[in-house]
Design a protein around this ligand. Structure first.
Ligand code: UT7
Length: 348
């Protein structure tokens, strides 16, 4: 399918002398570990089905009373520590499970982090949210609007899952990851080199939480609670995930002039290991170059990419000087890709 673009499309990103450079990375997972075995006690599923169809072995779910903002705060604090800074010019928070429909979660997180009155806003691009948030934060830096931005991806999908729906409840986990971006040069390791972003609202119903917004008004306390649960047409989403992330990654690599074989680490949205394998094969990147942590954390939506990056660094799979390609896909539909040469940073 051809994606329509304006005559100005293509990207001048990274060719402007000023770049957004990764300076810090921090993550947080809530303490409650939920195994496949635990889920198979209440759902008609099995550890074997979940492992073989998705690659997921376990995930973490927030306790009652813990919200997305709490996870975002923890990850944000760790990212600031990782970068060795205590002030930023803006906070961008990607989430599709905000603390409230209104106000956004980012201002509260910024205040709790002691970041003063900096601009702070949420991005709702579902599982592609972190790449969109990176693009927003990086654009603020490249344009000169900010010199340092905290970008967070945080989710508590456990709060919107239908506990009786085996199609979704076994897939998603909670968590948060955050990065500090700082103004630098496009030649610096850690510079975000370019972005490829896209959406297709024609398939908005494939992933949805029907109620809670203006399309389905609240009917008061008697309203059907199931309308607030997350739904996903898994099979169709699977196909779109491979197609969209594949095309987006290929477009980005082409613009960067990177041969797929020169990509050292491939960090794809952690939804299903079969998607990651299909993408690797499609792009011509060895499967063993794909960072995989979905077995440990499940699909954490907007937190997926930073959690996978941290896992890659912690396990020695991502090293300074390596070419890292990131790509994500989610409800909307939305998708996005970016890339960098990995910098020397301490993950917290
Ligand atoms: O993060 C945003 C992007 N999300 C994704 O990329 C997710 C993409 N989709 C997927 O990863 C996969 O489609 C799923 C993991 C969600 C589902 O796997 P699938 O191989 O596509 O399964 P399916 O939906 O086609 O279902 C196959 C069978 C069905 O049974 P019948 O109709 O063949 O009898 C399902 O009812 O598997 C059944 N099934 C399950 N069985 C045991 C579905 N979920 C489960 C389950 N345990 N948890």
């Amino acid at each position: 399918m051809t994606v329509e673009t304006t005559e100005h499309a293509g990207s001048a990103f990274g060719r402007q002398g000023r770049a957004a450079v990764l300076r810090g990375l921090g993550t947080y997972l809530p303490p409650r570990l939920v195994t496949n075995e635990e889920l198979s006690r209440t759902l008609d599923t099995s550890d074997e089905w979940i492992r073989t169809r998705t690659g997921i072995r376990q995930r973490y779910w927030a306790e009652q009373g813990t919200a997305t903002g709490d996870l975002a705060f923890e990850a944000g604090a760790r990212a600031l520590k990782s970068a060795g800074v205590d002030a930023v010019d803006a906070v961008v928070l990607a989430t599709s499970t905000p603390d409230h429909p209104c106000p956004g979660t980012a201002p509260d997180v910024a205040a709790r982090l002691g970041l003063g009155t900096v601009p702070a806003f949420d991005i709702a691009a579902v599982c592609a949210g972190f790449v969109y948030a990176l693009a927003s934060g990086a654009s603020m830096i490249v344009s000169g609007l900010a010199a340092r931005v905290l970008v967070i991806g945080a989710e508590t999908y456990s709060t919107i899952l239908d506990p009786a729906d085996r199609n979704t409840s076994v897939i998603f986990g909670d968590g948060a990851g955050a990065v500090v971006l700082e103004a630098g040069s496009p030649d610096d390791p850690g510079a975000l080199l370019d972005f490829d972003l896209g959406s297709d609202g024609g398939h908005k119903d494939l992933i949805t939480v029907p109620a809670g917004g203006s399309r389905q008004r609240s009917e008061g306390p008697e309203s059907d609670p199931s309308r607030f649960f997350f739904t996903m047409q898994g099979k169709q989403v699977f196909t779109h995930a491979v197609t969209r992330m594949g095309a987006s990654s290929a477009a980005l690599l082409d613009r960067l002039g990177w041969d797929p074989a020169s990509v050292d680490r491939f960090v794809g949205h952690q939804a299903n290991v079969r998607i990651l394998h299909a993408l690797s094969d499609h792009l011509g990147i060895d499967r063993d170059r794909a960072v995989v942590n979905l077995d440990q954390v499940g699909n954490t939506s907007a937190a997926s990419i930073p959690l996978a990056l941290a896992h890659g660094v912690d396990t020695g799979g991502i090293k300074a000087g390596e070419r890292v390609l990131m790509t994500a896909f989610g409800g909307g539909l939305t998708w996005g890709s970016t890339a960098m040469v990995w910098p020397e940073i301490n993950v917290v």
